[in-house]
Design a protein around this ligand. Structure first.
Ligand code: PGA
Length: 260
């Protein structure tokens, strides 16, 4: 099995004003300063990026955007482009989060355009996919995930896909306290990797980082991270608390060491 360095990413969603984001970032910076062996990323709201970038300078924590628009600049009121994220200190950007799909009309086609824009700027896209509760109950999990992958990544080359991080987030597990069981998560992660193998070859599939997201907390981190095809976590609620997030980071390092 290829060794993949896990990524623990905190999605702060629409929480934290600038000063609050600064406080959270400072706390985190000191707590995780000696935690090596995983990559760490936080994605504050856009209004917090500047101040958080300033605080995280010289730390091991990477900065990410929660979304972007695919044009570089123009008359697109309210939107933020890849070069703007890059200039704000971001190296990652979350794309196609289920909340964006659910409330803001994102589709696999817009996800595709956003991935391309991010890659052009050298940002690492964290591409979110996952089924709803109704889709899982009607046994559509695999077909939904397959379609999201096929359409979201349509036309990308193997070299481009190699640069992506995928986040499998079952919609029914996001913010609900209901986590997928380790077997449920592993089975979908394995499926995603197999699809990538078929579409882009093993040199891509073996290195592709596939995160799990949906009610990740310190209590379930070790079990999830022990699974063969789970390479990290996209954490929402628990990333807003320094102690919970740093515990998730630390437990993931242990799990990665055990897996190696
Ligand atoms: P949650 O959110 O950890 O609060 O369930 C995960 C996400 O939306 O990325």
């Amino acid at each position: 099995m290829a060794k993949r360095k896990p990524l623990i990413a905190g999605n702060w969603k629409m929480y934290k004003t600038g000063p609050q984001a600064a406080e959270l970032a400072s706390g985190l910076k000191s707590l995780v300063s000696d935690m090596m062996g995983v990559d760490i990323m936080v994605a504050p709201p856009f209004t917090g990026l500047g101040i958080v970038a300033e605080i995280l300078k010289g730390s091991i924590i990477h900065l990410g955007g929660q979304d972007l628009f695919w044009e570089v600049e123009g008359a697109y009121t309210g939107e933020i482009s890849a070069p703007m994220l890059k200039a704000s200190g971001c190296t990652y950007v979350i794309i196609g989060h289920s909340e964006r799909r659910q409330y803001f009309g994102e589709t696999n086609a817009t996800v595709n355009r956003k991935i391309r824009a991010a890659l052009l700027e050298g940002l690492i896209p964290v591409v979110c996919i996952g089924e709803s509760e109704a889709e899982r109950e009607s046994n559509q999990t695999f077909s939904v995930v397959q379609k999201q992958l096929e359409e979201g990544l349509a036309g990308l080359t193997s070299d481009e896909v190699k640069k992506l991080t995928i986040a499998y987030e079952p919609v029914w597990a996001i913010g609900t306290g209901k986590t997928a069981t380790t077997d449920q998560a592993q089975e979908v992660h394995e499926f995603i990797r197999a699809r990538m193998d078929t579409a882009y070859g093993s040199s891509v599939a073996n290195v592709a980082r596939i995160l799990y997201g949906g009610s990740v907390k310190p209590e379930n981190t070790s079990d999830l991270m022990a699974m063969a095809d789970i390479d990290g976590a996209l954490v929402g609620g628990a990333s807003l608390d320094v102690n919970s997030f740093s515990a998730i980071v630390s437990l993931s390092i242990d799990a990665a060491t055990d897996k190696a």
